[in-house]
Structure formats: structure tokens, C-alpha cells
Design a protein around this ligand. Structure first.
Ligand code: PBG
Ligand code: ZN
Length: 326
């Protein structure tokens, strides 16, 4: 049976009918809000390449996170910009590092907020790579202990979830073991399982001052043509004990999100990365796109593809837009 009896337009006639038949919905409860924390106090400095995002000191990030929490956002993801950088990234596991201080401040002020932390070396190394460097090479196994140290220091400060973003092989197992040995069996791991070597991290690297000083990240991050390999990466991380797995970036990898959800049916995060955010911001500033409609359409698309949660710099704006209704 078809036209003229069947008319799909009947159910698109009014907003109420459209709402009834909507297959996917967005909710602030889906969002994870990334925040950049720096040393000191009283700091709130806008990141030029990411309008509306700031470098926060631990005291002020509490106000921002509390506001997000009030708007229904359940989680934040912290990135740290340290006081100093060295070859090992040793500022990454300092008890008084910006991330560790921010975790404690957040847990004190907003105890129910889920505090997630990015675990990697690139924010803390002078060479800007995500692993230990020898000559031109990024070493895998010697990196694992350093990542585990960072993760442990975040757990000790009170993090609920640690999120390794380095793409070294075996890091989920190394972190799980270190956390368990120290009694942090309740701390979850969200692994950046299928993280691609993408041009879309540009604005973030400016924000984190973490661009590699030589070469690129293609020997450890995934090659964009591959999606079977993404499933393999996710499978390995699950075997090693990952609680949540992530696909990153989101937009050019919606097929990977869909395949991952279909194949594993485990909690799946997608990272709507800095470049994806800044493209919309830039086009909106030029008057070429409607920011609100574009951002919500993108977030909905990521959700429809199969993501259970979305890490997005639009989190607060989107929460507000959803509340206002379209
Ligand atoms: C660090 C890290 C990066 C991002 C998250 N964690 C940058 C990179 O791998 O170069 C990117 C986030 C974004 O672009 O929003 N490993
Ligand atoms: Zn890194």
C-alpha cells in the first residue's frame, strides 16, 4: 500500500504530532561538559579559538560547574594546564596540580556532580606527545606506568571517572590494576577507545597548549579510513575493563558510533570535539548558520547514531536551549 492512502506528512502536521513520533530526544542529562583548569586562583580567561570556553582556576571552575549542574548537566570532564612541562609529564600526577585541586574543590562544593578527568601526558610533556619519547619514537609500554600514576592521583583527589585519551595499547588494564591495588575499585574508566588522528583537535591544542613539538600523533591515534579497527580497539578496551567506551571525533565518525552501539551495546560516549564546536561558532559569527539550530541538530544526530552520552562544549548552551524549547 502506498500513496494516496499512505501519507507520511500527516504526522508532521503540528509540533505536537511531531513530538509524539520523535524517535530520538536530547536531554541535558546526556551531556558531559569539558572544562580547562589552570593553576592559581581568580582566573577566568576566554580561549580565543573556542568562544565561550575559559581557562578556569580551581576556585572559579566550581561556580561554572555548579551552574551546569543546576541546568541538569550531570558530569564534567577536566583538562589541566600545568605550571611546568617536562619530558615525563611529571606535573600530571602532582597532588596539588590544577586538576587534582579542581577535583577536590568540585567534590566539596557539588558532591553529586560526576567528576571525570582526562588522563594523558600531552598536556604535561614539553614535547607535547601523549607518551614517552625516545628519539622520534613514542614508546608504548614505558608510558603505561605514567598514565597509571596520573589516573591514581585523580582517583585519590576524588574523581568518579578517569578517561585515558592517549591511545597507548594496554593502558586501560594498567590503570584498572593500579586503581584496584589502591582500593579505588569504584572509580570507573571511560576509555577514548576509538580516537582518530583528526584535524578537528586544533582549537583544543591551542587551549591546552598541547600540540606535538615534532611529528604528529598518527603512530598512536587511529587512521581515519578504518572502522573495523575501531571495533577491535573498543573490544580490547572492554576486555581490559573499560566501563564506558568513546568514539572521537563524532561527526565524521557517526558510522563508527552506530557500529559500536550495534556491536557491543555498552555505555557509549561520543566526543563532539573542539573543531566541530568552533566551526559552528565561526559560521554563526559570520551569520552563515543559526548557531542554536545547528548545534542542536548536530547533537541530536550524534545521539541518533547511537551515543548514550555526548561530551560537548555546547553543553550549557544546549541545556538552556532545550529548556527554552525550539
Ligand atoms: C589529549 C586530548 C586531546 C583531546 C582530548 N584529549 C587532543 C589530542 O589528542 O591532540 C581533543 C579534544 C578536542 O579537540 O575537543 N590527548
Ligand atoms: Zn594526549
Amino acid at each position: 500500500m502506498g500513496f494516496p492512502v499512505v501519507r507520511p506528512r500527516r504526522l508532521r502536521r503540528t509540533p505536537q504530532l511531531r513530538r509524539l513520533v520523535a524517535e530520538t530526544s536530547l536531554d541535558p542529562g546526556d551531556f558531559i561538559y569539558p572544562l580547562f583548569v589552570v593553576p592559581g586562583s581568580g582566573v577566568k580567561e576566554e580561549i580565543p579559538s573556542m568562544p565561550g570556553n575559559y581557562h578556569w582556576s580551581a576556585d572559579l571552575v566550581v561556580e561554572e560547574a555548579a551552574a551546569a549542574w543546576q541546568e541538569g548537566i550531570p558530569a564534567v570532564l577536566l583538562f589541566g594546564i600545568p605550571e611546568y612541562k617536562d619530558a615525563q609529564g611529571s606535573a600530571g600526577w602532582r597532588e596539588d596540580g590544577p586538576v587534582q585541586r579542581a577535583i577536590r574543590a568540585l567534590k566539596r562544593a557539588v558532591p553529586e556532580l560526576v567528576v571525570m578527568t582526562d588522563v594523558c601526558l600531552c598536556d604535561y610533556t614539553d614535547h607535547g606527545h601523549c607518551g614517552v619519547v625516545k628519539g622520534q619514537e613514542i614508546l608504548n609500554d614505558p608510558t603505561l606506568d605514567l598514565l597509571a600514576r596520573i589516573a591514581l592521583s585523580h582517583a585519590e583527589a576524588g574523581a568518579d571517572v578517569v578517561a585515558p585519551s592517549d591511545m597507548m595499547d594496554g593502558r586501560v588494564a594498567a590503570i584498572r590494576q593500579r586503581l584496584d591495588e589502591h582500593g579505588f575499585t569504584h572509580v570507573a574508566i571511560m576509555s577514548y577507545a576509538a580516537k582518530y588522528a583528526s584535524a578537528m583537535y586544533g582549537p583544543f591544542r591551542e587551549a591546552a597548549q598541547s600540540a606535538p613539538q615534532f611529528g604528529d600523533r598518527r603512530s598512536y591515534q587511529m587512521d581515519p579510513p578504518n572502522s573495523d579497527e575501531a571495533l577491535r580497539e573498543i573490544e580490547l578496551d572492554l576486555e581490559e575493563g573499560a566501563d564506558i567506551v568513546m568514539v572521537k571525533p563524532a561527526l565524521a565518525y557517526l558510522d563508527v558510533i552506530a557500529r559500536a552501539k550495534e556491536a557491543f551495546g555498552v555505555p557509549l560516549a561520543a566526543y563532539n570535539v573542539s573543531g566541530e564546536f568552533s566551526m559552528v561558532k565561526a559560521a554563526a559569527r559570520l551569520g552563515w548558520l543559526d548557531e542554536r539550530r545547528t548545534a542542536l541538530e548536530i547533537l541530536l544526530g550524534i545521539k541518533r547514531a547511537g551515543a548514550d552520552m555526548i561530551i560537548t562544549y555546547f553543553a550549557r548552551d544546549a541545556a538552556r536551549w532545550l529548556k527554552e524549547g525550539l
